[in-house]
Design a protein around this ligand. Structure first.
Ligand code: NOJ
Length: 766
């Protein structure tokens, strides 16, 4: 059901939340009201009583303080004494405790502060970047990441993490594609839910748990031109079919906070967006937690130049000044303002002028207090700083991080040279061959470069005496600089070639620096930076040694220029603290790679956006025929490597797709069975993938949609049957009025081991 009376939504939500909070839910609700009912049950009633009790004692000023979220650089003792709601990016347990003592013992009502941090792929034990971990197609990998990240974060006194990042993206130029699970809503949804459950457990008041915050609501992954923060124009059906599902999955898994985004959708900024925050998140989904704005995103609602520059940045031009920005954000669903201070500073005047309501202020504060009670902060607000270090970098955590690297690497090409024999003489070459800093990726939490096992160290652990030559150096400098990428000279290439020549086998480590991806790190060119392509060319052509290229990067790269010459290519992403050990495990065959690409790799940047689950056109691409949807200068319609692609040291056959029935009612379900056999000569993992396509629908449906996957380990010669269940959540879709529809007609099912899967069967929806 969809809500259409926008103007009434905010008021209705506030009234309902208040009613439920008071334990009074009208027996005769309208169906609209029923849809707005928070999902939590009676277990929370005692919390609601406590929240109401506290709220009843609060002054307006104290309520406005709760709505304020300050950074580590902003927070003062005075803020804690005044009852500020949250603090983020502060990770020193002594200081956290000190501020918490002030808040609890010296503020009038003793409301504890919620401390938050960006634990995106680890706090101290840094795991592979989320795009890398998504390559594992294994929810256990991201569960390990977030279970350990939560424990390490909680040990310093943090109780909220700004994760999972669930922004589906088709934009290889966008630096933040590194932070989520790639281009597919289903894979993003499965992994988002796993991250939430692992970080929160069944009860995030547990001392080892934290509350999660799926972000950035919404469609932040499609900035025009790939430039961060840029605008997005988005149909309702795409918003709901592609971008919102991972948020819904995270909320259903228990996430109790969420962050609104910097970007505008259809001219409406994420932190002024009634449709996404109020109608969908808090309305349709019954979310009863709170929404924090992204960093100064409320101030950015103002027009530039701002009336008052002291109030921070500006830009969107949907509010005239700070008070207008604060009112707009609060009225459209923001409950907590990060860094800028408009709601806090102007709240009193806005209320007096009737531009915001007391009910809405109470609703925001109620949501914040509810999360703090659920987090157990009122019972046990402090951390023991003496025990904080014990929780970090534990041997078991490092083992899990190493395993995650092995499961997240993707073998893109192998002319039979891998795995290498560790007893032979190995050379490690390349700018990232003995690197610690970049291995941590763009969100390194409190990871320390010194903790990182470089590739060279990992390789020497298995192939003692391995030699090294850097070839060239990449740059970590921030543009504008003369040489923002580095590797601008071939001066070191001769030494690299000589080192390769003197060895039996060569690992060539190239890619990006960690500064080249992540926030505010868009690239207009997604080739290997600097002269790294030439370095590969030189080493491969000047020697007759087997050369395996290992890639460290945070986005899909355009590898067209090296794919033919490189005999083997292993995509390792930014693997985190155990980079060297984990990659060496794969190179030497201790681990048989089984990762698959969570995102398409274009041939050239000009193909971007290119993604497997695109809609069909009336002139489907044919590279050889004019009047078709092709590039005249690219003799292919495909990406270089498609979504779901990845090789192994063994071979597999996926066969025998069959369905449990040939028709199903709109509320029914059916099973798809697929056999998978290991046809090679060593044990290995295959990711069996199930896609569907609706060939005739009221709006064009994507040519393929992933609706199931399973990573299975098979001994050589072994065959297993994998079962998938399909129901309307799979074969239904959202139309452009936001309705979820299940239309009668044929559904095609495809199974295989990449998005090119062409083994098919069909069933009928009656
Ligand atoms: C801005 C980023 O967009 C967001 O992802 C992050 O959580 C906040 N800064 C806080 O660090």
């Amino acid at each position: 059901m969809r809500l259409t009376l926008k103007a009434t939504v905010a008021a209705l939500l506030v009234a309902l939340t208040a009613a439920i909070a008071g334990g009074v839910v009208a027996a005769t609700q309208s169906s609209d009201e029923a849809a707005l009912q928070p999902t939590r049950g009676p277990a929370d009633r005692s919390i609601e009583r406590k929240v109401n009790n506290l709220l009843g004692q609060m002054t307006l000023e104290e309520k406005l303080q709760q709505i304020q979220l300050l950074s580590d650089g902003q927070i003062t003792d005075e803020d804690a004494r005044n009852g500020v709601g949250g603090v983020f990016s502060l990770t020193d347990p002594q200081r956290i405790n000190q501020l918490q003592h002030i808040a609890v013992e010296e503020s009038r009502l003793g409301i504890p502060i919620l401390f938050a941090f960006d634990t995106i792929h680890g706090f101290r034990t840094i795991f592979p970047i989320p795009l890398g971990a998504a390559s594992s197609f294994d929810p256990d990998v991201v569960s390990d990441d977030h279970r350990i990240g939560a424990r390490e974060s909680a040990a310093v006194g943090l109780k909220q993490i700004y994760s999972p990042m669930v922004d589906v993206s088709h934009e290889a130029r966008w630096g933040r594609i590194a932070e989520a699970a790639g281009e597919d809503p289903y894979l993003n949804s499965v992994l988002a839910a796993a991250r939430v459950k692992a970080a929160q457990g069944s009860d995030y008041s547990d001392k080892r748990k934290v509350v999660t915050s799926p972000k950035h609501l919404a469609a932040y992954g499609e900035p025009e031109g790939g430039r961060d923060y840029n605008t997005t124009d988005m149909s309702e059906q795409r918003l709901r079919n592609l971008y919102l599902p991972p948020f819904k999955a995270a909320i259903d898994a228990g996430a109790d906070t969420s962050m609104c985004s910097f970007n505008a959708i259809n001219g409406v900024p994420g932190c002024a967006n009634e449709h996404t925050m109020l109608e969908i998140l808090k309305g349709e989904w019954g979310f009863d937690g709170f929404v924090e704005s992204d960093y100064t995103a409320v101030a950015e609602l103002r027009a530039c130049p701002p009336v008052n520059p002291d109030e921070g940045p500006c830009g969107h031009g949907v509010a005239e000044d700070g008070p207008a920005a604060g009112a707009l954000a609060l009225n459209t669903g923001v409950d907590s303002e990060m860094v800028s201070t408009n709601i806090r500073d102007f709240g009193e005047e806005l209320l007096a002028d009737g531009r915001i309501s007391q009910e809405r202020i109470d609703d925001a504060v109620r949501r914040i207090l509810r999360v703090k009670f659920r987090a157990g902060l009122f019972d046990d607000p402090y951390v023991n700083p003496d025990r904080a270090d014990d929780a970090q970098l534990r041997p078991g955590a490092l083992r899990q991080a190493r395993r995650a690297v092995g499961r997240s690497t993707v073998l893109l090409k192998n002319d039979g040279i891998l795995p290498f024999d560790p007893s032979l003489k190995t050379a490690v070459i390349g700018p990232l061959g003995d690197n610690q800093h970049d291995m941590l990726g763009p969100w390194w939490g409190r990871g320390d470069d010194d903790d990182v096992v470089s590739l060279l160290t990992g390789v020497r652990g298995q192939s003692p005496g391995a030699t090294f030559a850097q070839g060239c150096t990449l740059s970590n400098a921030e543009p504008p600089t003369e040489d923002p990428e580095g590797c601008g000279s071939d001066a070191g290439f001769a030494e690299a070639v000589a080192t390769a020549e003197a060895a039996d086998q060569v690992i060539l480590a190239v890619g990006e620096t960690r500064e080249m991806s992540g926030e505010a790190a868009a690239r207009s060119n997604i080739d290997l930076p600097g002269m790294q392509e030439q370095l590969i060319e030189e080493v491969v052509s000047a020697t007759d040694k087997p050369v395996a290229v290992v890639l460290f990067n945070g986005r899909p790269l355009a590898l067209e220029n090296i794919v033919d010459s490189a005999p083997a290519i292993l995509e390792a992403w930014f693997p985190g603290v155990q980079a060297g050990h984990g990659v060496a495990d794969v190179v030497f065959g201790e681990v048989n790679p089984g990762g698959k690409l969570p995102v398409s790799f274009p041939r050239r940047v000009g193909q971007v956006p290119i993604y497997y689950n695109h809609e069909p056109t009336g002139r489907p691409c044919d590279p050889n025929v004019k009047w078709n949807s092709r590039y005249r200068d690219i003799p292919s319609c495909d990406p270089l490597f498609e979504f779901g692609f990845g090789l192994s040291y063994t071979t597999f056959e996926v066969s025998n797709l069959r369905l449990s029935r040939d028709s199903v009612g709109p509320n029914g379900s059916l099973q798809a069975f697929v056999d998978v056999s290991n046809t090679g000569d060593r044990r290995g993992d295959e990711v069996v993938q199930l896609y569907i396509h609706d060939p005739v629908a009221s709006i064009s449906q994507p040519v393929r949609r992933l609706r199931g996957f399973e990573r299975v380990r098979l001994a050589r010669g072994e065959t297993r049957t994998v079962t998938f269940t399909l129901d309307k959540s799979d074969f239904g879709f959202y139309d452009n009025s936001g309705e979820f529809v299940v239309e009668p007609g044929r559904i095609d099912v495809y199974a295989g081991n990449s998005s090119k899967a062409d083994m098919s069967a069909s069933f009928e929806v009656r």
